[in-house]
Design a protein around this ligand. Structure first.
Ligand code: R5P
Length: 297
């Protein structure tokens, strides 16, 4: 029995994996990614992981090769005789497909759970997964990391006395309520009407937000359309300031410009996904200590 633990950094999560290694006084394990000319991937683990605990760190934001690279790494660890495979996906994609809303739709979150299980993952650690039912979709232990305990410090440091926490849609309500309860502040829920994925047709806010400093709480920023639409509406209804506090900066399309040029005074995200651009309006909170806690739990 090999009692070593190896931390492997997938290509999508080099920075956060390096942080995790630093925080736990470990070196990152060696591996190589072979790429065939058509894009086919073949990871090679360059450590003897037989009987060891293998921790694979890889967020699965686009492109989808990030997901497949992870599946292949799990497979490689399995074939090399690892005793336990822990998959750390700070951001796990496809979790928005956590239900079948209409006949004929795919159930993407369930498929991802099955793929990770089938590849050989024993444990899955995910930060704020969009799918609340993830434990039912993965055949192993699921540890969910909530960004709340590290992000609330940002709110504390703002020192605002007239805040409200805003859930842009019903899915964000539970998380926004955590903040509202903790800070003894008003909780505002919005009705978000979409015409298609990522497009917001209308935002309805029935409560008064006049003269309040609003903090939007959401898990994912994808196109940024949700945040911008809610920020516009909050401003229209008299909010003094609007900020956003979200876990996963997916930042697709031209979301970055859209957010920078919006009513949002500040956009705070965690480092589950590396940022391609920087701006003084965007602040990044390090979630690695919470992930490490989950690995050690
Ligand atoms: C959806 O339910 C999620 O919680 C986010 O609100 C959504 O993914 C954000 O997407 P976008 O930034 O494209 O509006």
């Amino acid at each position: 029995m090999n009692d070593s633990i190896y931390f492997f950094a997938g290509t999508a999560s080099q920075v956060i994996a390096t942080r995790l290694a630093e925080l736990s006084n470990r070196r990152l394990a060696k591996w190589e990614l072979i790429k065939f000319s058509d894009g086919e991937l073949r990871p090679i683990l360059q450590e003897d992981v037989k009987g060891a605990i293998v921790v694979l760190i890889q967020s699965t934001y686009p492109p989808i090769q990030h997901m497949f690279e992870l599946l292949l790494m799990i497979d490689a660890a399995k074939h090399a005789g690892a005793d336990k495979i822990v998959v750390v996906t700070p951001y796990l994609g496809y979790m928005r497909q956590d239900k079948i809303h209409a006949h004929g739709q795919s159930y993407g979150a369930s498929l991802v759970g099955k793929l990770l299980s089938a590849a050989g993952a024993d444990e899955l650690i995910v930060c704020n997964p969009h799918a609340r039912n993830l434990q039912l979709l993965f055949d192993g232990i699921v540890k969910q990391v909530s960004s709340f305990s590290i992000c609330r410090k940002y709110v504390e440091d703002l020192g605002l006395s007239n805040m409200c926490f805003v859930a842009p849609d019903s899915g964000a309500l539970e998380e926004a309520k955590l903040y509202a309860d903790y800070f003894n502040a008003k909780l505002i829920s919005c009705v978000k009407i979409r015409n298609k994925p990522n497009q917001v047709k209308e935002i309805k806010i029935t409560d008064s937000v006049e003269n309040l400093d609003a903090i939007l709480i959401d898990d994912i920023i994808d196109t940024g359309n949700t945040l911008v639409a809610v920020a516009n509406q909050l401003k229209k209804q008299g909010a003094s300031s609007v900020r956003a506090l979200c876990t996963h900066p997916v930042f697709s399309e031209n979301s970055f410009e859209r957010l920078i040029n919006s009513h949002l005074a500040e956009i705070v995200v965690t480092n589950t996904i590396p940022l391609k651009y920087t701006s003084e309006k965007i602040q990044v909170i390090d979630i690695a200590p919470l992930i490490l806690e989950a690995i050690n739990r």
